[in-house]
Write a protein that binds this ligand. Structure first.
Ligand code: IPD
Length: 266
């Protein structure tokens, strides 16, 4: 295991402790937009994470949800969401995670996603596979949309909601079911672990998905944008699938297949 991955795991555990300690307490909630909230715990978790990462790798840049970007001298940066699933956290729902990814020379090379309540730690490093609490994980082999369980999220940006709801209708008609659980980082890891067959979301940020993308890819999954083109980490949209289902998902997200076609498939 690289020193970077060891450090990311240590940082995830330390900020996970902050999240666990404050979970279920009365929080100071502030709004970044009409429904997009932030608490003092997001900020404390981010401070703990970035301090550990920066002390160990002072030349690396950082992109973090609450404090934004800081450039480093090296061609490497950490991509950090100190609390993915903030709305769940604020409602004392135990579905949230710390998400830390490493990008080097424009390529995602390592990822850690940690839920401190369930104590599930998803880890991956490029070309070394993906694990959940140390055990290897892999995606499902499902290749029929009507037999597949999908997961998605809805954007905070209300202008993007009509498209998200239209896709939700199509996927509900065409699959076994679609869930919305409120943490993109966990959503992608759960595809990687075979609990879901595919995930899609638009309006998403790099820090929500970066670590999950490494973990998914190392678990054998496939990533793309809504048209089936290469996934760009700051492209604000992603499909993360098991692989065999990818094209069927793209047919719907790209608009090539309408609602009637989706239901006829089931
Ligand atoms: C949000 C969650 C949610 C997704 C939103 C994200 P946050 O992140 O990942 O599942 O649907 O698009 O912004 O705000 O809880 O860190």
């Amino acid at each position: 295991m690289s020193k970077e991955l060891e450090t990311a795991i240590a940082a995830a555990k330390a900020s996970g402790e902050v999240l666990r300690h404050n979970f279920g307490t009365t929080l100071d909630v502030r709004y970044k937009g009409p429904v997009d909230l932030v608490t003092q715990v997001d900020e404390e978790s981010e401070r703990v994470t970035t301090t550990i990462l920066q002390e160990a790798f002072p030349t690396y840049g950082i992109l973090a949800e609450e404090s934004g970007r800081s450039a480093g001298e090296a061609d490497a940066r950490w991509i950090v969401d100190p609390l993915d699933g903030t709305t769940n956290y604020a409602h004392a729902l135990p579905l949230f995670a710390v998400s830390i990814a490493l990008e080097k020379a424009g390529e995602l090379t390592a990822g850690v996603v940690y839920n401190p309540i369930s104590e599930e730690m998803f880890v991956a490093e490029r070309r070394c596979g993906a694990t959940l609490n140390g055990e290897p994980i892999k995606v499902t082999e499902a290749d029929q949309l009507p037999r597949s369980l999908l997961i998605t999220g809805f954007p905070y940006d209300r202008d993007l909601l009509p498209e998200a709801l239209s896709l939700w209708n199509k996927f509900i008609m065409g699959s076994q079911g679609v869930r919305r659980l409120g943490s993109a980082a966990l959503d992608i890891c759960w595809v990687a672990a075979g609990r879901f067959d595919g995930y899609y979301e638009k309006g998403i940020h790099a820090y929500d998905i970066a670590a999950g993308c490494v973990i998914l890819a190392e678990a054998g999954g496939k990533l793309s944008d809504y048209n089936g083109g290469p996934m760009r980490i700051e492209g604000r949209e992603v499909i993360a699938s098991n692989g065999p289902l990818h094209e069927a998902i793209v047919e719907i997200t790209s608009g090539r297949l309408g609602a009637c076609d989706c239901s006829r498939r089931s």
